[in-house]
Design a protein around this ligand. Sequence first.
Ligand code: N01
Length: 484
Amino acid sequence: MTTKHVHAIVIGAGMAGIAMGVSLRKAGINDFVILEKGDDVGGVWHWNHYPGLTCDVPSHLYQYSFAPKPDWSRLFATGPEIQRYHRAVAEDFGLMPHVETNAEVVSAVYSDGGWDVETATSQKYRTDFLISATGVLHHPAIPDIDGLESFDGPVVHTARWDDDLVTDGKRIAVIGTGSTGVQVVSALQSGAAQVTHFTRTPQWILWGPMDVQQPKIVGSVLGRVPFANKLLYRGLLEGSGILADITTRKTWRRTVAQNAARVQLLRVRNRQLRRKLTPDYEPFCKRQVVSGAYYTAVQQRNVELVDTGIERVTENSIVTADGRDRKFDIIVLATGFQAHNYMRPMNLVGRDGLTIDDAWAKGPRGYRMTAIPGFPNFFTLLGPNSPTGSVSLQFTAELTSRYIIQIMKRFRRGEFTAIEPTQEAADEFNDEVREAIGPTIWNTGGCNSWYQNEDGTIDLWPWDRKTMAKMLSTPDDRHYHFTR
Ligand code: N01
């Protein structure tokens, strides 16, 4: 196969990859491809289609600033509607001719001012810039439970849901109590014969009006008055600052929000069940779960909450540590993701043979979420320390993509042939992160969560949106090595 030469490659056509593609097009850079492992754009919204999938961020905020959608059907949109939105944006902004689907990047090696990239189908590329938008919640975490592979019925991870799976009338085990487990239990309960929710660590659950429809009139007014639509988005963006405030600072606002989560538990009438559902850490320490339906679902007759550890799985049952054997037809793994893999297991090799595994031997680290020492002309969108727990991810992806575009424009003007952040700048950034993470609820709240790296450090953005905007407004030349 011949090698294709392009100016830029974006890896991943999810939310961040689409934002990058739109920024490239807006900058008049059309010599790029977006290589996508799946068979459609949309990222998590393409891969996830389990029953009950709803976004717990308000629809009018969970969208790109450059593509406001006035007519969301609900205040909190469902997964399929969000996926249709992403596809429509990719089409409307002319990205589809740039997207190559079923094109998993398996190798990217830097040499002589550019990257040699190869896909699983052996297609080779040579590019000046490599931009990784591979996402955080990408690789399903399959739990290591004795005998799981011996189960005769379907075992399905929520991020690889089988749409042909019949759940009505079945005895279903759901393992995992994060945002996904809570949504899937709430959705399956009404049709299933029995849902047994295995919970290792209970979660705090904030009530949210997840099912409320957006009146059609609202959509048509916002559609006809773009200014109002813009104002609503700006208002929600500003308002969402409360989340960064609650999570990063110990104030009365945090106390109020935490108590709101605690009060919700009173909706559970049975004391023993309430005790099982009560976490032993502070609200907002893990990624906060929002649901309007779970506490109702879990109190129904056909739902059992099991907080005794799973010992093993047999061909038709799950056996818990107390020796109880419960029979099931289906096992649902709502066990989350390997959140710190980022672009791995790709063979990513930077300058002087430095592999990403060596660079990240002590955990994923970078410079301001977007660049890594030793990896020239390589950038990440939603890379290490991205604000998955506090700031709009669309805002972050758009901001980062504009930052990268500034650098690419300078390259195109001939100011340099290669750019990479200095080790000192990256170290300084990581020291600042470590210090700022100290008082956050993710660090002080007494929980384990997917925010933590293996060494216990927290892979999040510890500041607010304005600090982020400042840090990514313009590249600071003192923080970069340039090859001229
Ligand atoms: O995954 P999780 P998720 N035996 O990692 C349990 C986003 N999201 O898919 O806490 C038994 O939160 C594990 O237990 P523990 C959102 O950012 C967004 O639910 O480790 N249990 C935990 O309960 C979210 O945070 C939306 O003790 C095992 C669960 O599995 C992120 O996705 C909707 C186990 C994993 O929870 C991930 O959520 C859905 C084992 N061996 C998701 N291994 C929106 O609405 C793991 N667990 C935007």
